[in-house]
Every structure is written in C-alpha cells, then in structure tokens.
Design a protein around this ligand. Structure first.
Ligand code: FO1
Length: 326
C-alpha cells in the first residue's frame, strides 16, 4: 500500500477485461479509500430471468482474486452443470453462465427485485467477496447498448458480442436510456470530491465501455469543472486490440485503428477532457504525433501479463498523472 498519507482520491473508469487488469494493479498500490472504480453497465442485460452485469462482475472477481484468467470473464475453477442442464431443457446456451457465477446473478436479481439499487447490491456482493476497494456502477438506471450493423440490423450488445462473436460489421452504437440515466450517487460524489486528484480512463474499448460512462448527463461538465488531469491508456497496440473488437470496430467505423485513432475519438467527442495519454512502448514512434495534437503522451509497457506488469503500469499512470499540470 502507498505509504504517504496524502488525502487524495483516484477515479478509474473501466470496462471489463482490459480495464480490470489495470484496476487490479491500482488496487495493489492504493489504499481502498483512495481508489474509486466506476464500471460500465451499458453491457448489462436480462438473460433467462437474471440480471447480468458483466463488467462489474469481471472487475469484482478480479479484485477478489476469483476471476477466470483463461476466459477473462467469469469465475476461476468454474463448472458448467447448470449450463448443461439448461441446454437439455432446450434453452439458449450461447451466453455461458457457470455454476459459481450463477450464484452472483441470482443474488443480484433477487436483491434488485426486492428494491435495492445496483449500487447497493454491488457493495454487498463486494463485501461478501472481500473486495475492499470501492466498485461502483456508472448508473443505477437502465442503459442498454444496441449495435447498428452495416447490413441494417440492430442487435443488443451481448448478442452481437457473444452470440455473433462480433462478426457483423458495425455502423454505429446507440445507448438506449442514456439521455435519462443519472450517474450513480457515489460516482457523482467522487466527481465532486475535493480530494479527487486524477481520472484514469482504463485501457477499455472507448466505443462500448468508456463512451457510455462519459455520455451520461452531467459527467463531462463535472470533469471539466474539476480542472484535474484525465489520463487514458490506449487499448490498441500496434493497430491491434489485445482482446476484444476495438480495432475491428475502428476500421468498420472508418477511424484509424491505432492509439492515435483512440485519442482522436476522445478528442472529437469530449473536447479538451483528455490531458494525457499512455501508449505502449511498441508505439513509441507515435509520440511526436501526440505532441502535434497538443496532447502529452508517454510510452511504456501496457501489456499486462503478470501481476507485476499491472502494478508497474498503475505506478506509471499515477506518476504521469502527478506530473501533469492543468
Ligand atoms: N463472454 C463471452 O465471450 N462468452 C460468454 O459466454 C460470456 C459469458 C459471460 C457470463 C457472465 C459474465 O459476467 C460475462 C460473460 N462474458 C462472456 C463476458 C462479457 O459478456 C463481455 O466480455 C463483456 O460484456 C464485454 O465487456
């Protein structure tokens, strides 16, 4: 844990797998009261009667040391008896819910049905699993990503992502409910906290993981008012996403599939919000292009294979953030 007792907070905005890796690194060097993690919930959906929150769960399992490192999602030491039984009952099994993971969805669904908010439920689940750092859903309201494809279809996100394996070519995204969704109270509190020192945009998919968080009512204005550094880490290395469809989406949307393309995306949508950008050392030659854009960028290893890689990147992010003056 960080030794100095500075009264500061760090806010990390994250999607699932890639973001969770950096969040784990941050959690190793920041005390629980100093790190607030806000997760995308636009991937959430109702499936076979259950409320599923994939990004919240991926981060929660990662912080609880329960995540399935092979799959990237779900729990470790998972078994699939429930899914097999579901198949025998002629139900859809494209979305794989493991036996251990099932418990989480049942508890969440029951508590939500009993009138608790997603924030409350997440806090209770985290407490039960021994997660000390603050994990918060971006909103307690329903926001649902719909993928508009080039063939004219509109597909709910998980069907596009899991069932259709991201094969359909994308034309754009819609976040149903975003116009009326309120950021969750703890998210707002964190954005307004005088202790907030740095906002970290995790190496998550900008289109479907980070955009929903930033596009909720008031979020961008609150960030602008704070005048604190906002540092993003590129999820694209040498034109490729380490995991997931970000690079494919960029090509299909006619954007440059590179770290520069990611920065341009954030710049176009969010004006001057971004103050610093971290790229992988393999993209070091792009540093000059960032300078030309008027954006401070540093290159470092962003491929997080080991726990030490996650901690090193987290340290680099905090160091870089502390050097940026607004
Ligand atoms: N991703 C898959 O690719 N296939 C699955 O069957 C699958 C099941 C699943 C179950 C629970 C959960 O919390 C996540 C799950 N994911 C699965 C991951 C998830 O749907 C995506 O990675 C995210 O929505 C994208 O961030």
């Amino acid at each position: 844990m960080e030794k100095n007792l500075d009264n500061v907070e760090y806010l990390a905005l994250s999607g699932g797998v890639g973001g969770a890796k950096l969040v784990l690194g941050l959690s190793q060097i920041l005390a629980p009261e100093k790190l607030i993690v806000v997760a995308n919930t636009a991937d959430d959906f109702k499936h076979i009667g259950l409320n599923i929150s994939p990004d919240l769960d991926t981060i929660m399992y990662t912080l609880a040391n329960l995540n399935n490192s092979e799959l990237g999602w779900g729990q470790t030491k998972e078994t699939w008896q429930f899914l097999d039984a579901l198949g025998r009952l002629d139900q859809e099994t494209w979305f794989k819910i493991g036996d251990r993971d099932l418990a989480t969805h049942i508890v969440r669904t029951t508590k939500l049905d009993n009138g608790e908010t997603l924030s409350q439920v997440t806090k209770e689940l985290c407490f039960s699993l021994g997660v000390k750092h603050q994990l918060i859903p971006m909103t307690n309201d329903k926001v649902a990503t719909v993928v508009h494809t080039k063939s004219g279809q509109s597909i709910p996100f998980q069907q596009y992502f899991v069932r259709d394996r991201c094969v359909p070519k994308v034309r754009g995204f819609e976040f149903q409910g975003i116009a009326t969704a309120a950021p969750s109270p703890s998210f707002l509190k964190s954005l307004e906290s005088p202790k907030l020192r740095l906002i970290i945009i995790c190496p998550s998919n900008p289109y479907v993981s980070i955009d929903p968080i930033l596009r909720m009512r008031g979020v961008l204005d609150l960030i602008a008012e704070r005048r604190i550094p906002v540092v993003a880490i590129s999820p694209i290395i040498s034109g490729q996403a380490l995991k997931g469809p970000a690079a494919k989406m960029m090509e299909e949307l006619g954007e440059l599939a590179s770290a520069i393309g990611i920065a341009k995306h954030y710049r176009t949508l969010y004006r001057d919000m971004l103050t610093g950008f971290i790229i992988d050392e393999k993209d070091r030659r792009l540093e000059a292009d960032f300078t030309e854009m008027g954006l401070r960028a540093i290159a470092t290893n962003t491929v997080m294979v080991t726990l030490q890689d996650r901690i090193n990147l987290a340290q680099e992010v905090l160091r870089f953030g502390s050097r940026i003056t607004i």
